[in-house]
Design a protein around this ligand. Structure first.
Ligand code: F6R
Length: 613
């Protein structure tokens, strides 16, 4: 987690860094800080003000007098050491002449810190990061140039890192390095940049490059040199970016979440674009996986976390129904540590908006090491997961800045349904005409989602009526179950309300004991094959005093009669309905968050990209 940014060769470096931090806030905001190489010394400002850290930094940081042209900055999601000014980055070495920012975790920091203390260093923070700057200090004291010092230190540390370092002795140089945590670099005329993510640099340059693991970059005004850990110079890998700067900004909405919910029809439509290969069959974006290999698959294993895991659960129904293949869906952090049975006939699919979630990335590596074929479903082109996999299926949702997944969730659903159709096509479980029929239905989804969003005021009215409720239960069956889980997750993370998602049939095995007057039950009650059974479950909770909200197909008054409140959605085929049914649940969580006074873009304790275990 955390976001880092750096720039050199700039006449006004501070505003560029602060603006970049604003675009990286989705990665964490417990504290923020900036350091500039300022004519012979390091100038630094750090603040820790919860969700307002970057705004406060922007308010208090005034550029130093001596006209610095290079600097680094950081926005933090705390892992080691509580959120505080002392623990905020950039960290300085003992001389105060080297500054460093870090995203990731130094796993062997305790032993390194002990050894540094024995050698006379004074560590000022409780972070795992600070050891890095002291280790670099020692290498520089031995006479190494900054870039060599960083290379040498990388060999001694374990864990994940994206770092950027400046030194007062070489004030226009920034050294950056990456291992298992994203880092991009960019060039423009007489300037050079680095950042954790693309939106932070879009206002500066489109000439972007990705660093690979254990590569070290030396950035000077207008110049970039990339070295391997062994010191060999390598050509940096250019990055194609289709995103506009505007698409990474709020575009007139109050917050990113509102904007991103409204962008969902486009996210779905773009993910469906250009999917037919030259022979008319469905195709991946990047693939080293032949139709033959796909045909040989006898099991699918989908690995993901959070909302991506819910999308994976929906995919299970689609793959099993259309492609007639057994599907296991795993939470990545669990999958890594069990002993899954995989082989060359297993298709492992990693699903991740960011393509960087550490648990999913490592789980994918495990799957590949066990011989499985590997596909990544990611919203970021060339993300770590896309590079790990043999084939990538990109969700073309554009940048998602709001911490809670919305448009990327819908784009994942549609990408996974495409994957299910692809498998059905190569296996012959659906005819070409049937696949085309389903594709036509998927192409209707943007219109259905647009219609569901248009009804946001109806959702606002229901949210108002529920403003005092504290306990929510989300119920669904069949594909409605993962939708219920997603609705509950959105409510928890945005409105900080207790919300549980259950398969409705499971209620009677325990959770129904919690139902009493005051509890709210939100049932995903659009018509799938278990609709009648779900309605019985809804009656069971209604008769115990719960307030019932149903998501119902337009015109389905039979379902509406069971509820206190109805959120109508346009009808979609059951296997496609999650794409539509989840929209009012996103809007409900958004509105309840607002009614409770919470910022939906920056829920507490969360970060957008989770690169820690
Ligand atoms: C919830 C949410 C998270 C992510 C999860 C996985 O709104 O956004 O639960 O879905 O952290 O992230 P990715 O998809 O980047 O692997």
């Amino acid at each position: 987690m955390c976001g880092i940014i750096g720039g050199t060769g700039l006449d006004e470096v501070l505003p560029v860094l602060v603006e970049g931090l604003r675009r990286l806030e989705y990665r964490g905001y417990d504290s923020a800080g900036v350091a500039l190489a300022d004519g012979g010394s390091i100038w630094r400002v750090r603040v820790a003000n919860g969700t307002n850290s970057v705004a406060e930094l922007a308010g208090v940081a005034r550029p130093p007098s001596k006209g610095s042209r290079a600097g680094i900055a950081h926005t933090r999601w705390a892992t080691h050491g509580r959120p505080s000014v002392e623990n905020a980055h950039p960290h300085l070495d003992c001389t105060g002449r080297i500054a460093l920012v870090h995203n990731g975790i130094v796993e062997n920091h305790l032993s390194l810190a002990e050894a540094l203390t024995d050698r006379g260093h004074v560590l000022q923070s409780a972070t795992d990061t600070e050891v890095l700057v002291h280790l670099i200090e020692e290498e520089v004291a031995r006479g190494l140039a900054l870039v060599e010092a960083v290379r040498s230190v990388l060999a001694t540390v374990r864990g994940s890192l994206a770092i950027a370092v400046i030194s007062a002795d070489d004030p226009e140089t920034i050294v950056a390095a990456r291992r298992a945590t994203p880092l991009i670099v960019g060039l423009r005329d007489h300037a050079a940049f680095l950042a954790s993510d693309i939106p932070a640099l879009l206002g500066q340059t489109r000439q972007l490059y990705v660093l690979d693991d254990d590569e070290v970059a030396e950035l000077r005004p207008g110049a970039l040199r990339v070295l391997t850990l062994a010191g060999a110079e390598v050509e940096p890998r250019a990055l194609e970016v289709a995103w506009s700067l505007e698409s990474a900004q709020k575009g007139g909405f109050d917050d990113f979440m509102s904007k991103e919910i409204r962008e969902q029809p486009d996210a779905v439509a773009n993910t469906l674009l250009d999917r037919l290969g030259p022979d008319g069959s469905l195709a991946f974006d990047d693939a080293e996986l032949s139709a033959e290999e796909l045909r040989s698959v006898d099991k699918v294993c989908i690995i993901a976390c959070g909302s991506s895991h819910h999308a994976a659960m929906v995919a299970k129904y689609a793959v099993e129904h259309w492609a007639r293949l057994p599907v296991e869906v795993d939470i990545a952090s669990e999958f890594r540590y069990r002993d899954p049975v995989l082989d060359a006939r297993t298709l492992a699919v990693g699903v991740s908006q960011s393509g960087e979630t550490l648990d999913t990335l490592v789980a994918m590596r495990e799957a590949r090491n066990s011989g499985a074929r590997l596909i990544a479903v990611s919203n970021v082109v060339d993300s770590s997961m896309a590079r790990e996999a043999q084939a990538a299926l990109y969700t073309h949702a554009g940048p998602e800045v709001g911490v809670a997944a919305t448009k990327t969730f819908l784009a994942q659903l549609v990408a996974l349904e495409l994957l299910a159709l692809m498998l059905a096509e190569v296996r012959g479980t659906l005819s070409h005409a049937e696949v085309s029929g389903w594709l036509s239905k998927l192409h209707e989804v943007p219109g259905l989602v647009r219609e569901a969003i248009r009804r946001s005021e109806d959702v606002d009215a229901v949210a108002k009526a529920l403003a005092d409720a504290r306990d929510f239960f989300y119920l669904g069956r069949h594909v409605g179950f993962p939708v219920a889980l997603e609705g509950a997750l959105k409510l928890k993370e945005l409105a900080y309300l207790r919300a549980e998602g259950y398969p409705a049939g499971e209620l009677k095995h325990g959770p129904i004991a919690l139902i009493e007057p005051g509890a709210v039950v939100v049932a995903v009650a659009t018509r799938n094959r278990l609709w009648e059974k779900l309605c019985s479950n809804v009656q069971e909770v209604a008769s115990r005093g719960a307030t019932v909200v149903v998501i119902a197909d337009d015109g389905d008054h039979e379902t509406a009669a069971l509820a206190d409140h109805v959120l109508w959605v346009p009808h979609a085929d059951p296997l496609i309905s999650p794409l539509v049914d989840v929209v009012p649940l996103q809007l409900l969580a958004y509105r309840l968050a607002r009614l409770h006074g919470h910022d939906p873009d920056r829920p507490r304790n969360l970060a957008k990209v989770v690169t820690v275990e």
